[in-house]
Ligand binder design. Structure first.
Ligand code: AFP
Length: 340
């Protein structure tokens, strides 16, 4: 195995900043503050089985999902790590219905942060990997004033950086700020994220598919045919594929990004918009996967080109290795969309 550089996330961010002589350092500081929140959340996730943190708050979030204490903890931690830095003009979180303003006492910056504090949280009690996802845009309204909904509702293609953290067998932070996709593993002994996956490239084709197959009956006929195709035997194309589905999007996509494969959360007759949120889950993951050479579509078009019209809108998603995405797109295009 090649010897990796001993590179901390902090140093990596600064090196990236040097590639932009015009940079003010604000984006670097923002990424640094996010990594601090990730360390604290990681600590708390690891304690989840021990502390009185398990169980429900008794509240529901705006999607009607039950909210666990750890979701709210992660949400608060990110807000508190970021609100005072002077880098942001507005935030939005999957756990809050409306945009989140920067408190009046703090400076207003030029960036916009959207985040899903804890994705896959229904897995917490079973010790299964969960994650945090974030997405950063440049504001489009005038400087100096509080940011608005308009700043948040930008196409994914406008992201300047995106990342995720998987709290799994170890904690890994993966991000891109336009110069490749890089992964940093948290060394718990001295609390630093260390470069462990430099310049991640998504294999052009994989042999893994990830989808909740329990919903088969309700799918698009083209998707049904595609899944059957993946299950047929053909050595030359690596079939049958293996199914891997954790039920934690961030962990499922992270695995497929490294090993190759396709993750799908399609529309179906019960959920015509799918389940996953464009702004908090699909756009950031699409930005990262595309930066690593993969693809992400909603079945008809690129995820990153969807013009959002509301903060919490959902979208179907097919994301992963380029050849696998092209294949599912072909299958779905050939069949009429009849969901039953
Ligand atoms: P939770 O945060 O409620 O666990 O939802 C996780 C998630 O949004 C995403 O991470 C999974 O891929 C997806 O839901 C799993 O949904 P199904 O249970 O419908 O397969």
């Amino acid at each position: 195995m090649p010897q990796l550089k001993f590179m901390t996330l902090a140093r990596h961010i600064i090196e990236g900043e040097k590639l932009h002589p015009e940079a003010t350092g604000e984006l670097s500081k923002l990424l640094h503050d996010l990594s601090l929140a990730a360390k604290v959340i990681s600590l708390e996730v690891n304690k989840a089985g021990l502390a009185d943190i398990l169980g429900f708050t008794g509240n529901s979030n705006i999607h009607g999902d039950q909210v666990k204490k750890l979701d709210m903890y992660a949400h608060d931690m990110i807000f508190r790590a970021i609100d005072h830095g002077g880098h942001l003009c507005v935030m939005a979180s999957e756990e809050e219905e409306d945009i989140i303003h920067i408190p009046d006492k703090f400076k207003i910056g030029k960036y916009v942060l959207l985040f899903d504090p804890l994705d896959g949280s229904s897995n917490i009690d079973a010790n299964i990997s969960i994650g945090t996802i974030f997405s950063i845009y440049r504001r489009i309204t005038s400087d100096g004033k509080p940011g608005t909904l308009e700043d948040c509702l930008q196409q994914g293609i406008k992201q300047v950086a995106a990342g995720y953290i998987v709290y799994g067998s170890s904690t890994i932070l993966v991000y891109t700020a336009g110069h490749g996709v890089h992964g940093f593993t948290l060394d718990p002994s001295f609390g630093e994220f260390i470069l462990s996956h430099e310049n991640i490239r998504c294999p052009k084709k994989g042999t893994i598919y990830s989808i909740n197959e329990g919903n088969y009956k309700y799918w698009h006929p083209g998707l049904k045919k595609y899944i059957k195709y993946l299950q047929e035997e053909d050595e030359a194309t690596g079939r049958p594929y293996s199914t891997r589905y954790i039920g934690s999007m961030v962990a499922d996509i992270h695995r497929n990004l490294l090993y190759g494969g396709i993750f799908m959360y399609p529309a179906d007759s019960r959920h015509p918009e799918g389940k996953l949120r464009l702004m908090y889950e699909c756009n950031p993951m699409a930005f990262i996967v595309e930066a690593a050479g993969g693809k992400a579509i909603n079945g008809e078009k690129r995820i990153l080109e969807i013009q959002p019209d509301s903060l919490h809108q959902k979208t179907p998603i097919f994301i992963g290795s380029e050849d696998d995405i092209k294949m599912v797109e072909d299958y779905m295009r050939k069949e009429e969309k009849v969901l039953n």
